[in-house]
Design a binder for this molecule. Sequence first.
Ligand SMILES: Nc1ncnc2c1ncn2[C@@H]1O[C@H](COP(=O)(O)OP(=O)(O)OP(=O)(O)O)[C@@H](O)[C@H]1O
Ligand SMILES: [Mg+2]
Length: 332
Amino acid sequence: MTKQGEIAIEFTHVQKKFSGKAVIKDLNLAVPANQIFVLVGPSGSGKTTILKMINALIQPNGGEITINGKKITEYRVQDLRWQMGYVLQQIALFPNMTVAQNIAVIPEMKKMPKKKIKERIETLLAQVDLPAAKYAERYPRELSGGEAQRVGIVRALAADPPLILMDEPFSALDPLSRTQLQKLVLRLQAQLHKTVVFVTHDMNEALKMGDAIAVVHHGKIQQVGTPREVQLHPATEYVARFFADTQKRDLLGATLAEIITTQAAQKIEATPAKPVAAQATILDVSGQLSMGKVIYTQDEHGNYWEITAATVLQFLTLEERKDQIDVRKEKV
Ligand SMILES: Nc1ncnc2c1ncn2[C@@H]1O[C@H](COP(=O)(O)OP(=O)(O)OP(=O)(O)O)[C@@H](O)[C@H]1O
Ligand SMILES: [Mg+2]
């Protein structure tokens, strides 16, 4: 059992080549115990490779990895994997097994008593808002993407491993389910204090989820730090650019509800024919706006608002300026 502040996983001069090409180059990384440690980087940067070296699905060509101070090569593979839950990007439930059977796989292999497994399934399903009475006997095909991914999380937690590996667990989900599951994992973590290695290519998700973040690019660590450190003091030009890009993309994800709280939008008295839901994002309506259409939305008090391309442009300008001011304030 690891304590707060201890190092759970350590990479020392690790390298990995695929067909002669170095994908991971001289990786040195210490993952603290009982925290969420995020690996963030673009596609192909080597995140999954790093994660799979932790559970020995991939063997390094050089260097050393230790788990709780013991070399990975000194563990029996089975013992190693039994202390790790693994949540994959693609929803990977067994299609011919029910939710309960899917969750019970590892606990049964570990010979946990049947009664205890049943109790554990019920408790965990309740924690992710999937009451066992309703969901335990369903098959994966009878679940939504978000529900299936929640079952995936429960399955990783079922045998109570101290370490959880999560490889882009939410990237296949719509923004709303994604936000819900991020909150869910943070809520669970506040109770469970597992050592979590969380992979994502989304900087916003990294900032939200990570106690610490490591930015990976071309198989090298660019920077390790708290979200605040990485955000305010990017160590390399690459990290700074990664942030700038994320912020721009983030603005396009702003909702109409956010726009109408600023001075940019105009309230109207008439009742429009087809108002757009206030939860729609700039990206959702950008097609209509760029064709010169005027769109309408309704706030929670029942008032209607008019939104044009000019409104959005003004909103984006206002937000951009606000960001600059925020950053300047932080630096003072
Ligand atoms: N088994 C393999 N054989 C050959 N090349 C591989 C293999 N696995 C991964 N690679 C290569 O190694 C590099 C890193 O891959 P990896 O899967 O670790 O990236 P990633 O950061 O997880 O990307 P993504 O965000 O797209 O999942 C890529 O260039 C990939 O093509
Ligand atoms: Mg990957």
